[in-house]
Design a protein around this ligand. Structure first.
Ligand SMILES: Cc1cc2nc3c(=O)[nH]c(=O)nc-3n(C[C@H](O)[C@H](O)[C@H](O)COP(=O)(O)O)c2cc1C
Length: 337
């Protein structure tokens, strides 16, 4: 979808350009992947969730999630907890150190250990907690707040509208809705109609999320719901070029080769022991369309040395007809400047 010079929408006073957004994903949307998708066209970035309980206990691994480059703005830090005061204290500390552009409240995580303590989607079951969290955060930081929620706990508790209205009444300046209940987790089909409902009734931008894997689906979601943007999660892991409005089949092997070399290199500083383990999730998804023999794929997924993995990747892409591997790598690197 073409972008023009006018902002697509605003988060408070922050202009946002573009209608596709990378979804925050624990273990996926790390700083390198966020940067790649942002350079390819994602309209803004949101960190993987920061568990403010862990942050309060000085779990410093959380800090690498907040790392962002100036060019990634607007950048939001996502907070996950069940304690509004602790969330606010954490937000204030993060703001003092990193100055993100906004804070997002995670009301969608459906992991039992999270929801059982009333955090993530568990907080949607306690509307007063949601109000309190936004009130406390609003006092603690001078930047806009946003919320990412689900349809509700289960089919008998579809309270997305109530929760979205509470969040907005207490300061949220953008709402992202994942069209599933917590009970559904990631199964079944995401429902888009509730996104249209929120868009029609809320005075802030509404972002639709769930089951967008192609440019056609992104256009459908935008058309059917009127949402300001579509948020893409799992499909981004297989095709980050989606943020340039390009489907997987439109991308050449040379482009995927360049992407893989760049991403692996950029992941190194964030995974000092080895980037290979976290990179495997991407590797598998990126190579899937080539239908590689199981043994060849397994060799890559079990490679212990980065140099060995690169040799194997080179073999795959040479066989896919990429004649100038260094050229393909530098073309992609230049795109990321
Ligand atoms: C591996 C994984 C990790 C996720 N981590 C987060 C997270 O940290 N914060 C969040 O709000 N949602 C998280 N989500 C949910 C996604 O942001 C998104 O709402 C969901 O995947 C639905 O979108 P999709 O159908 O495009 O994948 C995660 C999803 C996955 C698959």
């Amino acid at each position: 979808m073409p972008e023009n010079d006018a902002p697509t929408f605003h988060i408070g006073s922050i202009p946002v350009f573009g209608q596709l957004i990378l979804a925050p994903m624990d273990g996926i949307s790390d700083p390198p992947f966020r940067w790649i998708t942002r350079r390819l066209g994602s309209a803004l970035s949101i960190s993987e969730f920061i568990n403010t309980l862990d942050y309060a206990n000085q779990k410093h691994y959380q800090v690498s999630r907040i790392n962002f480059r100036a060019g990634e703005r607007p950048f939001g830090v996502q907070l996950l907890d069940n304690d509004p005061v602790r969330m606010a204290e954490c937000a204030a500390a993060i703001y003092a150190e990193y100055q993100p552009d906004f804070f997002d409240v995670n009301l969608g995580c459906c992991t039992a250990s999270v929801t059982s303590r009333g955090a993530g989607a568990g907080m949607m079951r306690i509307p007063e907690k949601v109000a309190q969290a936004f009130r406390e955060l609003g006092k603690a930081v001078p930047v806009p707040l946003t919320a990412k929620l689900r349809l509700g706990w289960d089919e008998d508790n579809l309270n997305y509208r109530e929760i979205a209205e509470i969040a907005v009444a207490n300061g949220a300046r953008m709402i992202a809705l994942h069209g599933r209940t917590a009970k559904m987790a990631y199964s079944g089909k995401a429902r888009w109609q509730p996104m249209a409902e929120l868009k029609a009734c809320l005075p802030v931008p509404v972002i639709g999320n769930g089951d967008v894997a192609t440019t056609a689906q992104a256009r459908q979601l935008l058309e059917q719901t009127g949402c300001d943007a579509a948020m893409v999660g799992r499909a981004a892991k297989a095709n980050p070029f989606l943020f340039s409005w390009q489907d997987r089949e439109d991308i050449t092997p040379a482009e995927f080769y360049g992407l893989m070399r760049y991403q692996l290199e950029e992941m190194r500083p964030f995974h000092p022991i080895s980037p290979l383990l976290p990179f495997r999730k991407f590797l598998k998804a990126y190579l899937e369309p080539y239908g590689l023999p199981t043994a060849q794929l397994r060799a890559m997924l079990t490679a212990k040395e980065e140099s060995r993995l690169i040799t194997l990747i080179d073999q795959v892409f040479s066989a896919q007809g990429v004649k100038d591997l260094p050229g393909a790598a530098s073309d992609f690197r230049n795109r990321m400047l």
